[in-house]
Ligand binder design. Sequence first.
Ligand code: SF4
Length: 271
Amino acid sequence: MEELKKKAETFRRSVPHKRLKEFPEIIYKDIVKDKPHKGLSNELYVTYIIDCPRKVVLMKWLEDEGYEEVQEEYKKWYPYRGNVWDDYLSNLFENHGGHSQVSVMVIVPVTNEKGKPEDVALIRGRIDAIYKENEQWKLVDFKTANEKKLFEGTHVTDKYVAQISFYSKIMNIEEFGLFFATNAAPAYEKFTDESGVLRTYAYDKIVERAHEIYKAYKEGYLPSEKREESCNYCPFREVCHRLVSSTDPRAEVIKIVKEKLEPFGKFKKKE
Ligand code: SF4
């Protein structure tokens, strides 16, 4: 049984890898290649804020030290798939009078213990498309999901709803939706928030989180640990619990990366 599991794992990892290498050079180079991120130190991306505040802080500490996560080849399949899907649908909306890939930014004043503003954090995000229907603006985000999740009804996650509600609050749009490409049928999940309660709730929570994350990053403490399925895909999964008891988590995580993760090729210093 163990042997079989290992084989299945190897197969799962090797198939997309091989296929990626076989793609025409133009696609491979333009879409799959690493694009180094040159963000500002006070930028926080909305999807990461929603996913795990602790991970954002850890990643930012490491970025300051010049480290970046090494993406395994097979993982590059996912951004590739996302990019092609986003580009196709975005063009469709653009061709019909909508706007796609709309960048948004929210400035969050970061206050000191006396409540006085002393710094700013930026929340950045990108809306897949906005478009007009019956004289009303609507907003849509594109996602992918597998058939199993679609039939179980677990494809719409709280994180997705928080993200589109946040964007819709910024754009003052009442109707928004998630369009899913699945390996079964496509699905569209529509939300109408006339009162604005959902949008305001999501917006306030995300801004509050961004404030906490930025303070933790600057002051060297760790946001609380979450234990979720997505921890399984996190580069810190084996060391996350060790950081809880550390008096200086920033120094501890840098030490762990140098000693344990860098030698195994999970992180590298940026060139
Ligand atoms: S292991 Fe989980 S809790 Fe820890 S940083 Fe990663 S995602 Fe966050």
